[in-house]
Design a protein around this ligand. Structure first.
Ligand code: HSE
Length: 460
């Protein structure tokens, strides 16, 4: 039997916000980490693009190198925290082929090239760990890959981008406009200088693809995940949603579907009831709710970004990979045996909530209901804005189909107010193509002035 190594050589690629915290914690927790891994973790080099740049005082300057390719060949475990596809893709391949295990926080790389990297890790008989790639400190990759390996996951709903959750929270809590909320997130260091990947949903989509792959034992190509970001959301819409008892969140949604059999994965602004666990996730926090057949509902909550929280996830993977270097064993291999088909966007099932700006005259409600019925869409609820002074009902909205509604119409204010009104409709589950056709017909219908906004609903 081979003699266990006296230490585990660790190469770090990237010394940004997370990398710098990994260096700090490796030094500060050296004894504990050595005890947990079975041998000391020895940092042998830190690859950076500019070795002369000013850095945190604890970064050992003598370990800095611009030769990342050379560095990965003299390590037992390579920690990739550069981000983006190139050069990390080539460097991770080089590390795996050289026999090093890899720990990465790179969701974009894994979502785009995960299968080839998993194959390369298997071929080299080394580990590929990526806890930090999804939801920062939250141990959701471990939970899906290992803790729930004996169960059947049916649904994953997640707030997996802290920047957008912060922006939406500021809009609804403090009435900030979108641009001001993004600027505030940048000033506080949550948002990137270029927040495009966050606000347009691409960061969440990469994480959704990874979560769905793990949850459903299926490779989920990133290009099969429809994405909508949060740029179109206004503070007014947020407030209206709140008044209707909803919270509007940017959600990653992944669901196993029965008929047709497959999986449905998407990212977009989504309404959840105000009493849903995800509704109370504030600020830059992340949360993931997992539904599984035997375990039932599980909720994971915590910091999804930031140096130290993300470094915690990196170090957990590092201890595991180093433990295998010392004592043998391997991380679980990619599990894609179920090979379920990702449903194309138009066949995904959704529950929708939308506003119709309509002329306020007799017959409009029945016309709208008839259009929905023609498309086979069942109505869960309809609310009509009364355009009235506060009434005896104490609310300017009333449920048209509410059992408690006694049939009396709240007092209307003026003739001008009567000219238009807003119907807010929540549907039962339908598919995207049917919903789109129905909304197109409604938009063309006599007396309908606008169909806006249209939002998907979860958790009802
Ligand atoms: N930019 C991401 C966020 C963290 O705001 O949550 C890294 O994926």
């Amino acid at each position: 039997m081979a003699t266990p190594p006296t230490d585990v050589r660790v190469a770090l690629l990237g010394a940004g916000t997370v990398g710098a915290q990994v260096v700090r914690l490796l030094a500060e927790r050296a004894d504990d980490l050595a005890a947990r891994a079975g041998a000391p973790l020895r940092l042998v080099g830190i690859a950076v693009s500019d070795a002369d740049k000013e850095r945190e005082p604890w970064i050992p300057r003598d370990l800095l190198t611009t030769d990342a390719e050379g560095l990965v060949r003299r390590a037992d475990v390579v920690v990739e925290l550069i981000g983006g596809i190139d050069p990390p893709r080539a460097l991770v391949h080089a590390a795996l082929e050289a026999g090093a295990s890899v720990v990465t926080g790179n969701k974009a790389l894994l979502a785009a090239h995960g299968p080839e990297l998993h194959d390369a890790a298997a071929a080299a008989d080394v580990d590929l760990y990526y806890e930090a790639a999804v939801a920062g400190a939250i141990p959701i990759v471990y939970a899906l890959r290992e803790s729930l390996a004996g169960d059947t996951v049916t649904e994953v709903l997640g707030i997996v981008n802290g920047t957008t959750n912060y922006v939406l929270d500021e809009m609804v809590t403090n009435g900030l406009g979108f641009d001001d909320a993004v600027a505030q997130a940048q000033a506080l260091g949550f948002a990137e200088a270029d927040p495009t990947a966050d606000v347009d949903g691409h960061d969440s989509a990469a994480k959704a693809a990874l979560l769905a792959s793990l949850a459903f034992h299926t490779r989920v190509p990133l290009e099969t995940v429809p994405v909508e970001g949060i740029r179109s959301i206004t503070a007014e819409e947020m407030t209206a949603a709140q008044d209707h008892g909803w919270a509007l969140k940017l959600l990653a949604v992944a669901r196993r579907t029965g008929s047709p059999e497959g999986i449905s994965v998407r990212v977009g602004p989504t309404l959840v009831p105000a009493d849903h666990p995800l509704a109370s996730v504030r600020g830059a926090f992340n949360a993931v709710v997992v539904e599984s057949e035997a375990a039932g509902r599980l909720m994971f909550y915590g910091q999804g970004a930031g140096g130290a929280p993300t470094a915690s996830a990196v170090l957990s993977d590092l201890v595991a990979a180093a433990g295998h270097v010392v004592g043998g064993g391997r991380a679980p291999r990619e599990s894609a045996y179920a090979d379920l088909a990702p449903l194309p966007p138009e066949r995904q099932k959704v529950t929708a909530w939308f506003d119709l700006d309509i002329e306020d005259r007799p017959g409009m409600l029945s016309m709208v209901a008839a259009v929905l019925a023609r498309h086979g869409i069942s109505i869960e609820a309809v609310r009509q804005a009364a355009h009235a002074e506060p009434t005896a009902y104490g609310d300017e909205l009333y449920d048209v189909f509410d059992d408690a509604y006694d049939g009396a119409s709240p007092a209307r204010a003026t003739a001008a107010d009567r000219e238009s009104t807003t119907l807010s409709i929540t549907t039962h589950r339908t598919d995207e193509a049917t919903l789109a056709a129905c909304l197109a017909e409604l938009a063309e219908s006599d007396g309908v002035r606008a169909v806006l906004p249209v939002r998907r609903v979860e958790g009802v």
